[in-house]
Write a protein that binds this ligand. Structure first.
Ligand code: B16
Ligand code: MG
Length: 214
């Protein structure tokens, strides 16, 4: 019996990957190299510092820890400028309706995101009231596929992991949910997220009553 839903943010509720891409690309360009939108796929679900390490590797650029901190901060300033301007129109199809359905069914909701900017994004899109608990990059030390983010969500909701279901678009996130002993709904393609209990194209293709079959 599922009693709580834990949602990843980027790729499940909103598509902030495009803004991450624009900001990281600008940084790479300032450092004298470029990377493709295909490369950007590898940054989904990965923390800010890990993303920077990968990008510097692609450009063959070496930096000191202090320089890395400055670069990550510079990128985040541009990123925050863009997400400040987000509106409810940017909620992914079906996400708000599904969050409403979850609430109406009496289930609990938590956010389980790697982002340190999740509060701002939920506020700008008007989704903050739908979450009982927010677990994000500000309170988590181990990145997905480590289950910490989702286990902290379950703990804060006071619901056993076995009674939680995670909604994730990244392979590392599906693995994290599994490692935490939770059910998982993959959002995206079955080729990549095959490890999930069910894979759907988006939340518009999912209904609360489908949780009964898990
Ligand atoms: P920030 P999620 C992740 O969000 C993004 O997918 C990933 O690209 C980003 O690097 C990470 O958040 C950290 O974001 O720089 O805002 O702290 O998919 O875990 O909701
Ligand atoms: Mg994601």
């Amino acid at each position: 019996q599922i009693r709580a839903c834990i949602f990843d943010l980027d790729g499940v509720i909103v598509d902030t990957a495009v803004y991450h891409y624009r900001a990281w690309k600008r940084l790479a360009n300032e450092l004298g190299f470029d990377f493709t939108e295909e490369d950007n796929e590898k940054l989904k679900g990965i923390s800010r510092v890990q993303s920077l390490e990968l990008i510097l590797g692609w450009g063959g650029v070496e930096k000191t820890p202090a320089e890395k901190l400055e670069l990550a901060t510079r990128k985040n300033t541009w990123y925050v400028e863009m997400i400040q301007a987000m509106t409810p129109d940017e909620i992914l199809p079906g996400a708000k309706e599904f969050l409403q359905e979850v609430k109406a069914a009496g289930l609990k909701s938590a956010l389980g995101s790697a982002s340190k900017n999740s509060g701002l994004i939920l506020e700008r899109t008007g989704l903050l009231p739908f979450f009982d608990v927010i677990i994000d990059g500000n309170v988590v030390s181990a990145s997905k596929p480590d289950p910490e983010v989702f286990l902290k969500g379950a703990e804060a909701l006071q619901i056993p992991p076995q009674q939680c279901v995670v909604f994730e678009d990244a392979l590392a996130g599906v693995q994290a949910a599994r490692a935490g002993g939770m059910k998982v709904i993959g959002i995206g393609s079955p080729e990549i997220l095959g490890d999930a209990d069910v894979v759907v194209s988006g939340l518009s293709a999912f209904r609360v009553n489908m949780l009964d079959a898990l």
